[in-house]
Write a protein of this length. Structure first.
Length: 238
């Protein structure tokens, strides 16, 4: 996609000319809503600018494919094997290590939503969920959640998790998202989520942008927004 044109009409103009009106709205509401709409248009444009910058990153570091995984079919594979027919691989490191009685609720909420789009995503890229629990345990959990299209892999020795930001030096698990490419047989890193607690703004959870979890996008459109002390639970699904 080409860079956003500098000749785009001002967001304020687009917002002002937008024909949508809510039955019974007050003049005060419309004034505030039009100002908000202009900011939403600017946000959309900024999201696209950031996406363009991401796509324009120079080639990343070469990746030595010494990682070992086992898939739901019980077969071992390496990182290259996770690509399947695609040249792009997205990995999500799931906080579900062998020491956990149950997996991370936040990770699970995200993956609940992703499963509905995993089939469509799989037409363009390879999406793999990596965790350190035994694959039998991961298969059982996948069945319990009713996931159909997510592909789960066990990180056999934890090397991938340690190298790609999912396992801290002290052994603590954190979620991690990484993108890799395969071009002419060369495996390279493309992008990693790098927002941590050190990059968080006051009063907010450390999170990426755009947030990959649809739950928060929904709540952001409501009067209460994101509750500061509430998180999804593993038993939220009926």
């Amino acid at each position: 996609m080409n860079a956003i044109s500098p000749d785009l009409p001002p967001a304020e103009q687009l917002a002002r000319d937008n024909p949508v009106r809510i039955p019974g709205e007050s003049a005060e509401y419309r004034k505030a809503r039009t100002a908000l709409l202009a900011e939403e248009i600017e946000l959309r444009r900024h999201i696209e600018r950031v996406a363009q910058m991401r796509r324009a990153l120079p080639p990343g570091a070469e990746v030595a494919d010494s990682y070992r995984f086992v898939g739901e079919d019980g077969l071992e594979t390496d990182l290259a094997g996770l690509f399947g027919p695609h040249d792009t691989l997205v990995t999500y490191s799931y906080m579900f290590g062998p020491q956990r009685e149950r997996p991370c609720p936040m990770c699970t909420s995200l993956l609940d939503a992703w499963d509905g789009n995993a089939g469509s995503a799989g037409r363009q890229i390879s999406l793999a969920v990596v965790a350190r629990s035994p694959i039998e345990r991961l298969r059982a959990w996948k069945a319990q959640r009713g996931w159909r299209d997510l592909r789960l892999y066990q990180d056999l020795d934890g090397a991938f998790s340690r190298a790609w930001f999912a396992l801290l030096p002290g052994g603590e698990e954190v979620p991690a998202m990484n993108v890799f490419t395969r071009r002419d047989g060369d495996l390279r890193h493309f992008w990693s989520g790098e927002m941590t607690g050190q990059t968080a703004d006051p009063g907010q959870d450390p999170r990426g942008a755009p947030d990959p979890a649809p739950l928060w996008a929904i709540l952001d459109m409501t009067p209460g927004g994101r509750p500061p002390t509430w998180y999804p639970g593993l038993d939220d699904r009926a």
